[in-house]
Design a protein around this ligand. Structure first.
Ligand SMILES: CC(=O)SCCNC(=O)CCNC(=O)[C@H](O)C(C)(C)COP(=O)(O)OP(=O)(O)OC[C@H]1O[C@@H](n2cnc3c(N)ncnc32)[C@H](O)[C@@H]1OP(=O)(O)O
Length: 402
């Protein structure tokens, strides 16, 4: 039996704790350079460690972000760096850490927590649901001709511009769909500056025909040559691509497709409705390699979270939610186009908290979740109303790796 305590690490324990979690995720301990970028990602007060006789054996942390939801934005905890030392797993360590973190979230006034999961089997039991999916694409560039008119231009950035322009565009120009999160300076240092420096990523920016920058792509060339297959060519890996409008999206893709000596373009986690194949003369050049769980979402303070998003016009429904890990969320809620509130009325639908996390951004229909046995009702009309009420105006997508 493991005897451990969960608490914030002391200042001198922070780096050993991060090193421990890096090891749990099969990365080497942090270099001095990585540590200098990583230590600003989460304050000590947002980091929880599990300690056994003073040694770190588990960790979870979160960053304060704003999450776009249908009809607005809500303060959220972006959870990351979850891990338990390999010789201390399956003894309840992460259960204790994540439960403490969810209470902390509520206390901070962050009604929602989000994360990207290393494995799809971990987080459902903690009340997280897959709020949206994303697709991984492979474009066979040799079979491709972009078939869209050019309306602007693309330029490659270097030096300070490669660091600053994407920050400005993401903060002020890119429209937020439900699921997108704000990126603070510590994210940019870790998620952008560090990868440009370490992995040789390049930044391309699209400028519209009025001369305003309106989108960027971060990408790198990777050799496909092997000893057995010399001359296999080069793949482009696209890390980050955000566009303020369809012209910018088409222009950035047209640019990526025009780069010489490239045989394939690989890109992970794109929005389900991104119309890349429709921009090409040969749509079959785009292969969808996988559609995977993207952003997992947990309603930590359920009444607050439900009240923080908008609903589409339809007759109200009453939902009954069961949340064994945070029983204070249990209860019935009336959802209408005017908002959400607790009620004592009879329930039309019943579901668990993780399923409500799936509905929250509008990425799934209640009727789809009912077909999967996750939403229970005897009234098909109530399901149809829930489909409309919870529906969003855009397909949700996060698009930030954290
Ligand atoms: C947002 C992120 O950072 S994602 C990164 C997550 N981290 C990793 O994948 C690193 C490698 N893995 C680990 O560090 C650990 O195995 C963790 C964090 C996944 C789980 O930590 P543990 O302390 O072993 O979990 P704990 O003992 O609290 O398990 C709770 C329950 O989840 C189950 N569980 C834990 N991990 C897994 C898993 N990977 N797959 C399936 N079930 C799991 C346990 O069996 C247990 O089930 P039970 O309650 O029915 O008995």
């Amino acid at each position: 039996m493991t005897d451990f305590t969960v608490r914030h690490p002391e200042d001198h324990e922070r780096r050993p704790t991060l090193d421990m979690v890096a090891r749990a995720l099969h990365h080497p301990p942090l270099t001095d350079r990585q540590w200098s970028a990583a230590q600003h990602l989460f304050g000590t007060e947002r980091t929880f460690g599990a300690f056994e006789r003073g040694e770190p054996i588990g960790m979870t942390a979160s960053a304060a972000v704003e999450l776009a939801v249908p009809g607005g934005r809500v303060p959220a905890a972006a959870v990351a760096w979850v891990g338990v030392r390999a010789d201390r797993t399956r003894r309840g360590v992460v259960t204790e850490l994540l439960t403490t973190q969810l209470h902390d979230c509520r206390d901070r006034g962050e009604p929602v927590a989000v994360l990207h999961a290393s494995e799809a089997t971990i987080y459902g039991r903690f009340g997280y649901g897959v709020s949206c999916q994303a697709k991984h694409l492979m474009v066979e560039r040799t079979r491709v001709r972009a078939d869209v008119p050019v309306t602007g231009s693309v330029r490659l950035l270097s030096g300070a511009e490669a660091l600053t322009v994407p920050r400005e565009l993401y903060a002020a120009t890119v429209p937020y769909r439900p699921g997108m999160i704000t990126r603070d300076e510590s994210w940019w240092r870790w998620g952008h500056d560090r990868v440009l420096d370490r992995d040789g990523y390049l930044v391309a920016v699209h400028r519209d025909h009025h001369g305003a920058d309106d989108g960027f792509a971060t990408y790198r060339p990777v050799s496909l040559d092997t000893f057995e297959q010399p001359g296999a060519g080069t793949a482009l890996e696209v890390l980050d691509l955000h566009a303020a409008n369809p012209g910018a999206l088409a222009g950035l893709w047209r640019f990526l497709l025009s780069i010489d000596l490239v045989t394939k373009i690989r890109v992970k986690s794109r929005p389900l409705d991104e119309p890349l194949e429709l921009l090409l003369e040969n749509p079959r050049a785009v292969g969808v390699l996988a559609v995977k769980d993207h952003l997992w979402l947990r309603l930590a303070d359920l009444p607050q979270a439900l009240a923080s998003r908008g609903y589409q016009p339809a007759e109200p429904v009453v939902i009954e939610v069961r949340d064994p890990r945070l029983p204070e969320n249990d209860g019935r809620y009336r959802i209408s186009e005017d908002g959400a509130e607790r009620t004592t009325a009879d329930a039309d639908l019943s579901l668990d908290a993780d399923t409500l996390g799936m509905l929250y951004l509008g990425g799934w229909r209640a009727s789809t979740l009912a077909a999967a046995g996750r939403v229970h009702t005897t009234d098909p009309k109530a399901l149809a109303r829930a489909d409309v009420l919870f529906g969003g105006t855009a397909v949700p997508w996060c698009g930030t790796d954290f």
